[in-house]
Ligand binder design. Structure first.
Ligand code: 58G
Length: 268
C-alpha cells in the first residue's frame, strides 16, 4: 500500500489491490454464508478483496440419485466421498482458480494450523480448499490432487466446512485493506507469538471491579510497558510453550521479570 501527498495537500491513497481467490469444494456451499455475508470477512468479499467460488461434487453426479458417497473397501461403518464426483469438483476448481492454486484438504490428520502457517497461506493468492464429509476421502485423492493437509486442532468434526471457514477467516485478516488502516493482523499479539494483554472499556467501575489506574492516567509509555508486562505475564503463566520459543528483547525480559516479581510478592 503506497501513499503520497499531492502539492494541494490532499492525501490520496494508491492501493496495490491484492485479491485472494479461493475455490471451495463442498457439498454444502450455503454454510459459507456465515463467512461471506457477515462482519470483516463479509466486507472483504463485498469489496472484492476476497473471492470465494464453490464447486459442489453433487453437480458432477450422473445417476438418478445424484450419489456423492460410496462404501469403503474393507468394510466397516460409514461412507466416504465418492471418488469421481469429488475428483471432478477438484479439477474444475483448479481449472477456474488457476493451475498455480495450492490445493488444501482440511482433516484431523493434517498439520496443526498456526498464525505463522496462516500468514504463509495469505501470501499465496490462489487456494482451493476441500471440505470433506462422511468419514473422509479416498487416500488416492490426497496423493494425486492435494498439496497440503491441514487441521484446525485435535478434534473431529462432521464436515470440513467449519475448518475451511476458520482458515479463510484467519487468512483474510492478512489481505491489505481487509482490516482498518490502523489495525492489522501484523499487529496482532499472536503474530508476535504472545497472548493479548487484558482490555477494558466503560464503565471505569463495573460490579465493584476497577479499570487498572495506569490505563486512566494517560501516560502512553507507562501504558505500553504495562500492556507488554501483562501480555508476557499471561503468556508465561498460560502458555509457557510459546515463551520458550521466543528470543525476548531486553525490554521484554525486563517487563516479564517485573510481572513474575509482582505476582510472587502477591502470593505472600
Ligand atoms: C475422520 C472423520 C477423519 C477437519 C471425518 C476425517 C475436518 C476435523 C478437522 C473426516 C474434519 C480439523 C470428513 C469430515 C474430514 C473428514 C471432516 N474434522 N480438526 N472433518 O481440522
Amino acid at each position: 500500500m503506497l501513499r503520497s501527498w499531492l502539492s494541494s495537500g490532499t492525501l490520496i491513497s494508491e492501493f496495490v489491490v491484492i485479491q485472494v481467490r479461493i475455490g471451495i469444494v463442498t457439498l454444502f456451499p450455503d454454510m459459507f454464508k456465515a463467512l461471506t455475508d457477515f462482519g470483516v470477512t463479509g466486507r472483504a468479499v463485498r469489496k472484492g478483496l476476497l473471492t470465494v467460488e464453490f464447486f459442489n461434487p453433487r453437480d458432477y453426479a450422473t445417476d438418478n440419485y445424484q450419489t456423492v458417497d460410496d462404501r469403503p473397501f474393507g468394510g466397516g461403518p460409514g461412507m466416504l466421498m465418492k471418488f469421481d464426483t469429488l475428483k471432478q469438483a477438484i479439477t474444475r476448481a483448479v481449472d477456474c482458480i488457476g493451475e498455480d492454486a495450492r490445493v488444501v484438504y482440511m482433516s484431523p490428520q493434517g498439520e496443526k494450523l498456526s498464525q505463522t502457517a496462516v500468514k504463509k497461506f495469505a501470501g499465496m493468492h490462489n487456494l482451493v480448499i476441500i471440505a470433506g464429509r462422511y468419514e473422509g476421502i479416498d487416500e488416492r485423492i490426497i496423493s494425486l490432487y492435494v498439496d497440503e493437509e491441514w487441521s484446525i486442532g485435535d478434534y473431529v468434526l462432521s464436515g470440513g466446512e467449519l475448518p475451511a471457514m476458520v482458515m479463510i477467516d484467519a487468512v483474510s485478516r492478512f489481505i491489505p485493506g481487509v482490516l482498518g488502516d490502523m489495525q492489522s493482523a501484523e499487529n496482532d499479539s499472536f503474530t508476535e507469538g504472545i497472548l493479548d494483554y487484558p482490555q477494558y472499556t466503560r464503565p471505569e467501575c463495573a460490579d465493584g471491579l476497577k479499570v487498572p489506574d495506569v490505563l486512566l492516567q494517560g501516560c502512553h509509555e507507562d501504558i505500553a510497558n504495562w500492556r507488554l508486562k501483562e501480555a508476557l505475564g499471561r503468556t508465561y503463566v498460560r502458555r509457557r510453550d510459546l515463551i520458550k520459543n521466543l528470543a525476548l528483547t531486553d525490554r521484554q525480559e525486563k517487563q516479564l521479570a517485573m510481572y513474575i516479581r509482582e505476582t510472587d510478592s502477591q502470593k505472600k
